[in-house]
Design a protein around this ligand. Structure first.
Ligand code: ADP
Length: 656
């Protein structure tokens, strides 16, 4: 310490000593403490009174006492020791890290008489260092790439994770611009990120693509945070990149399988709902071509025509039909044989190098102008009964495109297709038979009508000619039966006309009340033992075919008599509500079970129990429904078994 004599100077020093934040204390050569400032009291916990004249070793943990002795040797030799880091002990016995500067104190002759010490706690500094070291260890050991960069985008730090992920070493990366890692088409992302950082905003889990040293593209999830200096200014950014390529690939493969599942589902649904063969073939071809990623696909389907000759049908996807039109159909060559014989699937990475390929004249391979096929996949389509009905073929101009998964998918679809094709074949057979039946009915009813008409004419003449008596009554009976026969033939005739769309209706406005009166008169004459109750309400004008509507009503009344043989009462009610006219025929018969009610309007349907008891073809209600439908009306039945049946039809009221 310099020699100080001036009292002014002394008091200045005293106030510094008292007011300074660092602990300052002195001891003599006996190691007794001679000076102790308030900051020392603060740091070590001893008051001035307690510590003065006490040994300085009070403050020094045992294991540091030797160190103190060594220091004292330097002090005795007049050397100063600056910013020496050690441990000291407080009054409470707590050991604290301190940084101490120790200087010798000399007397006027320059002799060392003691030492002065300035001590500062470095607990916080240590903690900060420790934190720093821990962070550095985390950064170093992280699998994520952690990169620091300046606001200009220059890389300032680069961890091992970054080295592993991007392939550049620390030396290679530091000092480079961050665009080193960014694919050219994404360079503008950096401006956006830096823009955010300058505004003090974090960028969180931003999914993007970066490039490695080797040029590989990586899917990464990026989080970028601003780096602040002590003054809180943004000086750069730290970015953490996580490689999510595997995750992305997994996501892609899940999405792909989902898409495939959906395609499989939708194709199985759509082909099973469809009975049209050409549609089924086209759908199967389109879907399988999509599923395999083929350039084009084709479905060759072998059909047998009515003469028993087989011929080929085919559908194409991915190429115009014209691309195949000029080529002959596939023959039973070595390449095609496994497919058309149903033996096996053929999947080849390069068909042009296959030993089976190119062996047959005239083309020895694909004909000129054929779409290029290198990858080749062919799957036979076989029915449940084992009949090979065709094959699905796929081509791609590159090699090795079709994998096992594609083969499996096509095999699955092919088996579904076989079922659908079988169904459609059965459906077509049924349709053929039904057409034949319709043709027969049309022919038979037409041919029967002429002799019937002349027979009925002759019988009427005969009936008039013969005198009253048994011959006349026979003639009358024959005429009655003939009328019944005529009705049946007429129904058949109508049916064939309905089927051919040729049942003509002649619409004209007329009053249904008149028709109902006429029908009631006829009914009362022909069924003298029945009580027909008729009730009509409101204006009953319609536009319709009077004869055909009469046919409907006669049929309903006829059924009411035919199917309720024990009842003696039938009622017919006509009412108008708004723009609709409803006519009901109600009987007192056994009624119709609910399960039969929905079928009785179909062609040839007759309720089993009544089939034997009554004659009929099951056509009357079918024809009636067609007539009413074509009038824009509806017909239905309501019945509680045991309580009769009510048939009602509605017609739009005529308004002019
Ligand atoms: P068909 O009388 O020639 O059998 P329809 O088409 O007129 O043909 O009738 C179809 C079937 O509906 C009949 O076979 C009969 O079983 C049932 N049916 C029709 N009307 C009645 C009725 N009023 N009561 C009970 N069953 C009826």
């Amino acid at each position: 310490m310099a020699r100080l004599q001036h009292p002014q100077e002394l008091s200045t020093l005293q106030s510094i000593f008292e007011g300074i934040d660092d602990a300052i204390f002195c001891h003599d050569l006996d190691m007794r403490i001679t000076h102790w400032n308030p900051a020392a009291e603060q740091l070590f916990g001893y008051s001035h009174e307690e510590i003065i004249d006490e040994s300085v070793y009070l403050l020094i943990p045992e294991d540091r006492q030797q160190e103190k002795m060594d220091i004292m040797r330097d002090i005795m030799e007049g050397r100063r020791i600056g910013h020496f880091k050690t441990i000291r002990r407080t009054r409470e016995g707590v050991e604290i890290p301190v940084s101490i500067t120790i200087s010798p104190i000399r007397d006027q002759e320059g002799q060392v008489t003691g030492s002065s010490q300035i001590a500062r706690s470095i607990i916080e500094e240590n903690a900060a260092e420790e934190k720093q070291a821990r962070l550095a260890a985390i950064v170093a050991s992280s699998d994520d790439a952690i990169v620091g960069k300046s606001l200009q985008g220059i890389i300032t730090s680069w961890n091992i994770g970054a080295e592993k992920m991007f392939g550049y070493t620390e030396q290679e990366a530091i000092g480079q611009h961050i665009s080193l890692l960014i694919p050219p088409e994404r360079l503008n992302e950096e401006d956006i990120i830096i823009g955010n950082i300058r505004a003090g905003k974090k960028v969180d889990h931003f999914q993007t693509i970066r490039r490695t040293k080797g040029g590989q593209q990586l899917h990464i999830s990026l989080s970028v945070s601003p780096i602040l200096n002590k003054a809180g200014e943004i000086i750069g950014a730290s970015k953490i990149a996580r490689n999510i390529t595997a995750q992305k690939e997994a996501e892609r493969s899940v999405a792909k399988s989902m898409e495939r599942m959906e395609i499989l589902n939708s194709i199985s649904k759509s082909i099973n709902e469809d009975l049209d063969l050409q549609h089924i073939l086209q759908r199967v071809t389109d879907a399988t071509t999509r599923l395999t990623g083929a350039d084009f696909g084709a479905f060759f389907y072998n059909r047998i025509d009515q003469g028993g000759e087989s011929y080929w049908l085919y559908t194409i996807s991915g190429a115009p039909r014209a691309a195949f039109e000029n080529f002959p159909m596939p023959r039973n060559t070595a390449v095609f044989h496994p497919t058309f014989s149903g033996e096996d699937v053929v999947r080849v990475d390069d068909i042009t190098k296959d030993p089976r390929y190119g062996k047959n004249s005239p083309y020895f391979g694909m004909p000129k102008g054929h779409l290029p096929v290198v990858s080749y996949l062919a799957v036979p389509v076989i029915t449940h009964s084992g009949v090979v009905i065709g094959g699905l073929f796929f081509g791609h101009k590159q090699a090795g495109v079709f994998k096992e998964e594609h083969e499996d998918l096509v095999v699955t679809v092919a088996s579904q297709a076989a079922v659908a094709i079988d169904n459609s074949r059965l459906f077509e057979e049924v349709k053929d038979l039904s057409n034949k039946k319709d043709e027969f009915i049309a022919l038979a009813s037409h041919e029967l009508k002429t002799p019937l008409t002349s027979m009925s004419g002759f019988l009427q003449i005969l009936e008039r000619m013969v005198p009253d008596g048994s011959a006349k009554s026979f003639a009358e009976k024959a005429l009655k039966q003939l009328a019944k026969l005529n009705e049946l033939v007429n129904d058949l005739f109508d049916i064939s006309k309905i089927q051919a769309g040729k049942l003509q209706l002649n619409f004209e406005p007329f009053d249904l009340s008149d028709l109902l009166d006429e029908i009631t008169d006829t009914f009362e004459q022909t069924h003298p033992h029945y009580n027909l109750k008729m009730a009509a309400d409101g204006e009953l004008l319609v536009s319709g075919d009077k004869m055909r509507l009469e046919q409907v009503l006669t049929n309903l009344l006829g059924n009411a008599v035919k199917y309720a043989p024990d009842a003696r009462e039938v009622s017919m009610i006509a009412i108008r509500t708004g723009n609709e006219i409803r006519i009901s025929v109600k009987d007192q018969g056994p009624g119709i079970l609910p399960e039969n009610q929905q079928h009785i309007f179909s062609q040839f349907y007759r309720v089993k129990e009544q089939e034997r008891k009554t004659s009929g073809l099951g056509l009357g209600l079918y024809i009636s429904k067609d007539i009413i439908d074509r009038h824009g009306g509806r017909i239905w039945v309501e019945s509680t078994p045991g309580h009769g049946a009510t048939f009602t039809f509605s017609l739009p009221a005529f308004t002019n």
